[in-house]
Design a protein around this ligand. Structure first.
Ligand code: SF4
Ligand code: SF4
Length: 347
């Protein structure tokens, strides 16, 4: 992470803003992946599901995104879903608008539809394509975004492949090596990222890895990254999978990323996963990357994470003062309920 980026993010935190904003751009997705957190009944807290929300399109969607960005002042915006490419015309308008404001944009998609080649030349854009396992498992789980369709749709592009490792993948001998060999060898693939499946607390999930499987996956990825430089994950971040944040209140990712759902009103809490995720088995790559930064010792026993949590508390005081002074009923309301209170255990 660049020093300039860290300083910018820190300044935002002290001002009471979250440096990252994630927008569930649409409630729609043509896929029905087993284990998808976005369509879990409790993803938005249980009152309403993502598919039941009203969402937007056309000029109205573009307007709402820009209004939200002006209000929240993020440095980084993730467009997620559903699948944001369901609204590809709007996404093609939104990306240059955001980049023009100096914001880094990430589009997370299954690549069920063509990813524009022109996106490959945009420095501040990351296109993340979710590919879960080898062809046989993936095509079963994620049709119609099959391997063949993805290969066709990312031709000439520049993508980051993101694989969520499931129990099924962890159980299959050699699957990680084969995955890295296949996708790492393609010219369109710029980077490889790996998350682990994160279960909801108390829920049965066939994708859930046990502790021994998590340990073996981490060891294998540590080994593979030595051979394949496209695996863009620091060893310290990979090791965090074995000691994830204890709760949302200790999770730097949850506190630095605001997520808003497709109606531009409903917050996704406590983190982008929504519902009641089991932090003890968190497999989120972003959470682990930030946890690794947080574990860094700045001086003596003082860690970057300790400084972050102090700064975040200060920022929340600044934000609550600002909200009192600038309350405006006409604006899209996503704060304060989107941000866990500084000391509270998040629900
Ligand atoms: S592509 Fe993504 S949003 Fe759509 S069902 Fe699959 S995991 Fe869920
Ligand atoms: S489940 Fe969510 S809140 Fe918990 S550690 Fe993972 S990203 Fe953070």
């Amino acid at each position: 992470m660049q020093v300039r980026h860290v300083l910018h993010s820190w300044a935002r935190i002290l001002q009471g803003y979250a440096p990252a904003l994630s927008i569930e751009l649409t409630r729609e997705c043509p896929l029905r992946c087993p284990g998808c957190y976005a369509y879990e009944p409790n993803h938005l807290g249980g009152e309403v599901t993502l598919r039941e929300l009203s969402d937007f399109r056309g000029d109205e969607l573009v307007r709402r995104v820009m209004e939200l960005v002006v209000r929240e002042k993020p440095l980084h915006v993730s467009l997620v879903g559903g699948d944001p490419l369901v609204r590809y015309r709007e996404v093609e308008r939104i990306i240059p608008e955001l980049i023009g404001r100096g914001i880094h944009v990430q589009v997370v998609t299954s690549a069920f539809r063509r990813v524009p080649e022109a996106w490959a030349a945009m420095d501040k854009l990351t296109v993340v394509v979710s590919i879960d396992g080898l062809r046989e498992e993936h095509d079963k789980r994620r049709a119609p975004a099959t391997y063949d369709r993805i290969l066709e749709n990312v031709r000439g592009g520049r993508i980051t492949v993101h694989c969520t490792v499931t129990r099924q993948m962890a159980e299959r001998e050699g699957s990680l090596e084969q995955f890295v060999e296949f996708w790492g060898g393609r010219s369109e693939v710029h980077r490889l990222w790996f998350s682990l499946f994160t279960p909801q607390r108390g829920a049965f999930a066939a994708e859930r890895l046990d502790a021994e499987q998590r340990r073996r996956v981490v060891e294998k990825l540590l080994e593979l990254r030595e051979k394949q430089p496209k695996i863009d994950m620091a060893p310290s971040a990979l090791r965090q999978y074995l000691k994830p944040p204890a709760s949302p209140d200790r999770c730097i990712f949850a506190k630095t990323t605001r997520t808003i759902s497709a109606d531009f009103r409903t917050p996704v809490l406590p983190c982008q996963l929504g519902g009641d995720p089991d932090c003890a088995e968190c497999g989120c790559i972003a959470a682990m990357g930030l946890a690794a930064v947080g574990a860094y010792r700045v001086v003596g026993p003082v860690t970057a994470g300790g400084l972050f949590h102090l700064s975040h508390r200060f920022g929340q005081l600044v934000a609550s003062t600002r909200r009192r002074e600038t309350a405006h009923p006409g604006l899209v309301q996503i704060a304060p309920e989107m941000t866990p209170a500084p000391d509270a255990e998040t629900p």
